[in-house]
Unconditional design. Structure first.
Length: 288
C-alpha cells in the first residue's frame, strides 16, 4: 500500500504541537513526571497493540515523542496500513524517562484514534467485497483532526472524497432549496451555474429521485450523489449515468447493506461512519 506522507500537509506538525500545549498547559510542564522522575533517568518503552487492528499514525506518534524531546530515539517497527495482530510491538522509544512519560498520552491519543478509523475502513472495504468500487470518506470529521482522519482512511484501503469546501463543488439538498427558491429553476441549471463559476473544479450534485437525476444529467455533472436509494433504483440510475458521469451511493450505508450496494454498478460509496463513529484501538505504552 503506497501512502502519502502525512507531513506534506504543513498543518500536521502544528496540530501535534497544539495537542501537546493542551496537555502541558501554559507553563509547558508535566508536574507528575517532574515531581517523581529525575531528569537524568533513561528508559526504554514499547508501544504495543492490545487488539488486532489496521495501523495508522505510527509516524505521528513518533513525531509527538520527538517534539517533546528531539534526543529521544524512536524505532518504528510496523508501517501505517499494516494489519497488526494483538501483542505486536509497533514502536520502541529510548531516552529520557521524563520525556517519554510526558509524550505518552498524546502519542497514544493520536495513534489510537487514527488506527480506529483505519480499522473500521478496512472492515467496510472487506465487507463490500468489490475492489472496483471506491469507499469514500466524508467531511464528518473531528474538528481540527481532518488531516489525521482522512489519512487514516487511506491506511484502511479507502479513498478520500473532497478535502473541504474549497476543492470541489458538491451541490446538496439545502443548496438546491436555496437555489430553486431564488432562481425558480431546477437542478440542471444549478449544475450549469456552478460549472460557469468554477470551470476547473469537479462538479457533483446530490439527487434523491430518478426524475431529479434525469434533470441533473442534462448539464453533465462530473459526479452524481445518489442519496438513500435502494439497490434496484441505484441500478437504474447507474444505467442512466453511463458515459455521462460517475456515481456515488450515499446515505445510511452500513456493514449490513454495503455489499448489496457495491454490486449495483456504482463507482463509489461514501460512508460517514468511517470517521464519525470509529472507536479507538487499544494500544498501550509499556516500560521495559
Amino acid at each position: 500500500m503506497e501512502l502519502p506522507d502525512i507531513f506534506e500537509k504543513p498543518e500536521v506538525r502544528d496540530l501535534i504541537k497544539l495537542a501537546l500545549v493542551e496537555d502541558l498547559g501554559p507553563a509547558n510542564v508535566d508536574v507528575t513526571s517532574a515531581s517523581l522522575v529525575p531528569p537524568e533517568e533513561v528508559a526504554e518503552a514499547h508501544m504495543v497493540a492490545r487488539e488486532s487492528c489496521r495501523l495508522a499514525g505510527i509516524t505521528v506518534a513518533a513525531e509527538v515523542f520527538k517534539q517533546v524531546n528531539p534526543a529521544l530515539d524512536c524505532e518504528i517497527l510496523s508501517s501505517d496500513g499494516s494489519a497488526i495482530e494483538k501483542g505486536t510491538t509497533v514502536l520502541v522509544i529510548k531516552g529520557s524517562a521524563q520525556s517519554i512519560l510526558t509524550a505518552e498520552r498524546t502519542a497514544l491519543n493520536f495513534i489510537q484514534r487514527m488506527s480506529g478509523v483505519a480499522t473500521v475502513t478496512a472492515e467496510y472495504v472487506e465487507t463490500a467485497g468489490n475492489p472496483d468500487v471506491m469507499l469514500l470518506d466524508t467531511r464528518k470529521t473531528t474538528p481540527a483532526l481532518r488531516p489525521f482522519e482522512k489519512y487514516s482512511v487511506l491506511c484502511g484501503g479507502g479513498t478520500n472524497h473532497r478535502y473541504g469546501l474549497f476543492d470541489a463543488v458538491l451541490i446538496k439538498d439545502n443548496h438546491l432549496a436555496s437555489w430553486t427558491k431564488k432562481q425558480d429553476t431546477g437542478v440542471g441549471e444549478a449544475v450549469a451555474a456552478a460549472r460557469a463559476k468554477y470551470p476547473d473544479l469537479k462538479i457533483e450534485v446530490e439527487v434523491d429521485t430518478v426524475d431529479q437525476l434525469k434533470e441533473a444529467l442534462t448539464t453533465k455533472p462530473d459526479w452524481v450523489l445518489l442519496d438513500n436509494m435502494p439497490p434496484p433504483v441505484l441500478r437504474e440510475c447507474v444505467a442512466l449515468c453511463k458515459s455521462i458521469c460517475k456515481t456515488e451511493a450515499s446515505g445510511g450505508i452500513n456493514l449490513d447493506t454495503i455489499r448489496d450496494i457495491a454490486q449495483t454498478g456504482v463507482d463509489a460509496i461514501s460512508v460517514g461512519a468511517l470517521t464519525h463513529s470509529a472507536p479507538s484501538i487499544d494500544l498501550a505504552l509499556d516500560f521495559v
